[in-house]
Design a binder for this molecule. Structure first.
Ligand SMILES: NC(=O)c1ccc[n+]([C@@H]2O[C@H](COP(=O)([O-])OP(=O)(O)OC[C@H]3O[C@@H](n4cnc5c(N)ncnc54)[C@H](O)[C@@H]3O)[C@@H](O)[C@H]2O)c1
Ligand SMILES: O=P([O-])([O-])O[C@@H]1[C@@H](O)[C@H](O)[C@@H](O)[C@H](O)[C@@H]1O
Length: 536
């Protein structure tokens, strides 16, 4: 991975001289790929298989090829990450983690010296197959982060909002996630980081959160003044101005809210939603206000929580303004495991008949989720994750048949952030047999979610520098659809453009992301066929 300049942070300020863009780890040698100092342009043949039914109901598969042009802006610039809920367990943990990595810190633990790392981040700690060695035919794998010119998390300016006034050092202590030896190494910088006051509509989160709400702006329901406040915070605050930022990504990692009712005339269209905010409709959530303000500032907005922040009106507004949105709900532990295990079982022809998912945790997220309306938001996002995999196998499942699936979450303060996930997968196997898989998974919630926050921010920013056009006379480059379904790997309930399918299978999600990035540099998808090792 290209070496990285470090920089210091005080109150979100990223100091240090302008960074030299790191040189790419690889170049593509092809007449279809052109590199300039500012851009990578590629011509890409997209091969698919179109299936039709013949008159006698036979399936007919026809290979299809579409030609696209991709363009990647190589200039990363200075990027800011603004977290809503910055003072929470995730917000304080990801901040400390970035500071520790930026400074290359190590600290003493009971098991010995621990160095900062980005484990759990697909972007920073996973590799992808580039190809095979011309001489030895061995696989050549490269860091995912080197696929395209992406921002390095060490360079992210960090800021955000919280209804709690605690500074980030106090928030880190409250979270009880990180080792004291590490906390002491970053405390001095984190003391200087203070969340901006936020908007607080009590009806949307559990009443047990009220005691934290000492850093709020006036008004307990939506108003256009709230939108303007958030816009100003993004655009004019010392955060962006002081850091000379070129771009900001806004990430909701605040409490899980209750679902908002989708009401015709209120939030079903962009115009109705804007009007509902202006008239203070009580069904407009704080998270939706942040989304609208981010869209107005052309700052990608990602929802890391399960509620339906991005109501149809918000999605339409993003589409109208060609702004990026994504969500919902970080896929960090129990559900991530589920989306891999269910994919394996069903694709192995094993008929999963029931999934029991229980977990208990003792952090503030668990406290908020102990309230039924907030739990319901999470139950929805945790329950739909198997639908696409089940629907794809008509041998095992009749139409609309699916495994029993239950989700239970209990708040047990004693275990803190170290969530205990217990799962049982029950399946029918050959000739009337059964298989029972029981999992006990201690997921340190914030340490699993924090790398996903980094991935979502880095990838959302990357997508702002990717454009495409049809291979046709006069075609203009344009951005991907406003709904960034390319982020699905990191999310439990991935949002997709209207009318497009939701893919939850973890392997498919990762392949889609990698192969889209390969296409941006003119490389065909990695098929894993390795014919070169078979046609011998
Ligand atoms: N593994 C994980 O930690 C994980 C996984 C998936 C989803 N999530 C979701 O991420 C979110 C954050 O998780 P957490 O563990 O950091 O929770 P947390 O309760 O520790 O942090 C949430 C923070 O949001 C703040 N907040 C609440 N309403 C706000 C508002 N309107 N504006 C600004 N700040 C506000 C709270 O004061 C708190 O500091 C939750 O919704 C959780 O469900 C977490
Ligand atoms: O990502 P995951 O481990 O499946 O789901 C988790 C839930 O099990 C947990 O109860 C909740 O507090 C976290 O926010 C997260 O959503």
């Amino acid at each position: 991975m290209a070496p990285h300049a470090s920089s210091d942070v005080a109150n979100g300020a990223v100091n240090g001289s302008a960074r030299q863009e790191p040189s790419p780890l690889f170049t593509v040698n092809s007449p279809n790929v052109v590199y300039t100092p500012d851009e990578i342009k590629s011509h890409y043949a997209y091969h698919t298989t179109e299936v039709t039914r013949s008159a006698d109901n036979q399936l007919v598969a026809t290979p299809k090829s579409s030609n696209y042009n991709f363009k990647v802006d190589r200039k990363v610039g200075k990027v800011g990450m603004m977290l809503v809920g910055w003072g929470g367990n995730n917000g304080s943990t990801v901040t400390a983690g970035i500071l520790a990595n930026r400074r290359g810190l190590s600290w003493e633990t009971r098991e010995g010296k621990q160095a900062a790392n980005y484990y759990g981040s697909v972007v920073m700690s996973s590799t992808v197959k580039l190809g095979t060695d011309a001489k030895t035919s061995e696989e050549i794998n490269i860091p995912f982060h080197d696929m395209l010119p992406m921002v390095h998390p060490n360079d992210l300016a960090i800021g955000g909002w919280d209804i709690s006034s605690l500074n980030l050092a106090e928030s880190m202590d409250r979270a009880q996630v990180l080792e004291p030896t590490l906390k002491n190494l970053v405390r001095k910088e984190m003391v200087e980081m203070k969340p901006l006051p936020s908007i607080y509509y009590p009806d949307f989160i559990a009443s047990n959160q009220e005691d934290r709400a000492d850093n709020v702006v006036e008004g307990t329901k939506a108003s256009w003044a709230h939108v303007e406040k958030v816009q100003k915070d993004i655009r004019h605050s010392e955060f962006k101005a002081q850091n000379g930022l070129d771009k900001v990504v806004v990430m909701w990692t605040a409490n899980t809210e209750r679902y908002a009712d989708i009401i015709p005339g209120v939030n079903d269209t962009a115009d109705n939603l804007i009007n509902s905010i202006k008239t203070g409709h009580e069904e407009v959530a704080p998270s939706t206000v942040f989304a609208i303000a981010s869209i107005l500032e052309n700052a990608p907005f990602i929802n890391g929580s399960p509620q339906n922040t991005l109501v149809p009106g918000a999605r339409e507004f993003a589409e109208q303004r060609k702004a990026f949105i994504g969500g919902d709900d970080f896929k960090s532990g129990q559900t991530k495991m589920k989306s891999a295990l269910v994919d394996f079982l069903i694709n192995a022809g094993i008929k999963l008949t029931s999934i029991a998912s229980y977990n208990h945790l003792g952090n503030n997220d668990g406290k908020n989720l102990s309230s039924q309306k907030q739990f319901r938001s999470k139950e929805i996002s945790k329950s739909n994750v198997v639908d696409d995999m089940v629907a794809a196998n008509s041998i095992l499942y009749e139409k609309d048949e699916h495994p029993d699936h239950t989700v239970v979450i209990k708040y047990m303060p004693a275990v803190g952030d170290n969530k205990r996930a217990l799962d049982e997968y029950y399946a029918e196997i050959f000739m009337g047999g059964h298989q029972t898989i029981s999992l006990f998974n201690i997921c340190e919630d914030s340490l699993l979610a924090s790398p996903l926050i980094i991935d979502l921010v880095v990838l959302a920013e990357m997508m702002t520098r990717v454009s495409w056009k049809e291979d046709a006379e006069g075609a203009e480059y344009k951005g991907f659809h406003s709904v960034l379904s390319v982020l699905s790997y990191m999310l439990k309930a991935p949002m997709t453009p209207p009318g497009t399918p939701v893919v939850n299978a973890l392997g498919k999600q990762r392949s889609a992301l990698i192969n889209i990035f390969r296409a941006c540099v003119g490389l065909q998808p990695e098929s894993d066929m390795t014919l070169e090792h078979k046609l011998l």
